[in-house]
Design a protein around this ligand. Structure first.
Ligand code: NI
Length: 169
């Protein structure tokens, strides 16, 4: 099922999400993940965090389509365990549609998380995947990419949001 994506200004996006108790959500998880991927793909997103569909859980999905092919990643209770380098690229967010800004991120990031079956894994991503890891972990801490802008740029972006939010659904 394609779900409504929660937009900037709605409270749950500012919540530090609760850790997932895997055993407690195991039964529900396949449906939640199916809906999250379907919702993300429906708007051509590369990542979606559970608070964006109204769930207070440390759970995100990512698919940056390396080499143009689908590669679904499930991040349950993700933690960034190493990061290095720097990049600055244009970033957006499904919860702030129509707004893009250049954001400083680490260029290479290693996360530790559980996969869809509750198995721990570690993965290192560079470039777009590194960016997605950082963006999605931020969501689980109640942070949006626009929080990372300098003050002046942020003011400009906030006034742009006032304009575009009329078109948000
Ligand atoms: Ni986002």
């Amino acid at each position: 099922m394609i779900l409504r994506i929660i937009k900037h200004g709605e409270k749950i996006l500012r919540t530090v999400c609760d850790p997932v108790d895997y055993a407690a959500v195991r039964k529900e998880l396949p449906r939640i993940l199916r809906d999250m991927f379907a919702t993300m793909y429906s708007v051509r997103g590369v990542g979606l965090a559970s608070p964006q569909i109204g769930l207070n859980l440390r759970l995100s999905v990512i698919d940056v389509r390396p080499e143009g092919k689908a590669r679904r990643l499930v991040l349950i209770n993700p933690v960034i365990v190493a990061s290095s380098g720097e990049l600055e690229e244009e970033e957006g967010c499904l919860s702030v549609p129509g707004i893009y800004a250049r954001i400083h991120r680490h260029a290479k990031v290693t996360i530790r998380a559980l996969d869809a079956r509750g198995r721990p894994y570690e993965m290192t991503g560079e470039g777009m995947l590194a960016r997605a890891f950082q963006h999605e972990v931020d969501h689980l801490d109640g942070k949006l990419f626009i929080d990372r802008l300098d003050f002046i740029t942020r003011l400009k972006v906030m006034s742009a949001i006032k304009e575009v939010r009329k078109n948000w659904t």
